[in-house]
Design a protein around this ligand. Sequence first.
Ligand SMILES: CC(C)(COP(=O)(O)OP(=O)(O)OC[C@H]1O[C@@H](n2cnc3c(N)ncnc32)[C@H](O)[C@@H]1OP(=O)(O)O)[C@@H](O)C(=O)NCCC(=O)NCCS
Length: 168
Amino acid sequence: MLGADDVLDQYAPSDIELINGIGQVVGGNLRRVVHESASAKGFRFPPLVHPAAWLDDTVVLEEGVQVMAGAILQADVRIGCASIVNTSASIDHDSRVAAHVHVAPGVTLCGGVTVAEGAFIGSGSTVIQGVVIGEDALVGAGTVVVRDVPARGVLIGPSARTRSVPDS
Ligand SMILES: CC(C)(COP(=O)(O)OP(=O)(O)OC[C@H]1O[C@@H](n2cnc3c(N)ncnc32)[C@H](O)[C@@H]1OP(=O)(O)O)[C@@H](O)C(=O)NCCC(=O)NCCS
């Protein structure tokens, strides 16, 4: 064990880079607090990408982003500061994920989705193309999101309905 947060005072920010190992859980913001307090002292967090993730060459990852094994990030995706793209999540073309977001394991963001700062997208959820998820919104595990979610909105559960197939 290295010690408590004051261990950082023994190092110059220019000599080391930090990895934030705290997860982003529903209802907690410790990961963000730790990131912001170390950043305020001048420390940097490099983006981390698991070797078994696949990222198009056009993807932009901001500082401190963590991309886990099996994730796929397609063309012109941008992921904001300190966000997590968890195991086997799939983020399709032109999607924008802001800072301090958790895209949980197995999530699918279809093309052109926008996720605002601090949102949590629960495991296995699907967000259809063009949807906007508001700041600090919560999408429960397994939810199918077909409309925009307001800031601090909570959306839980699948939204399946029965309809006839339209005539072609
Ligand atoms: C949405 C969530 C935060 C709700 O948690 P909670 O407030 O503790 O909710 P509870 O477990 O008390 O459940 C409340 C009700 O909602 C239902 N519910 C909870 N989560 C649900 C979900 N994802 N889909 C459908 N129904 C859900 C429960 O069955 C319960 O229904 P009931 O009142 O009829 O029995 C949580 O269930 C969830 O989906 N978390 C995300 C998990 C995840 O993605 N983890 C990734 C970690 S890396």
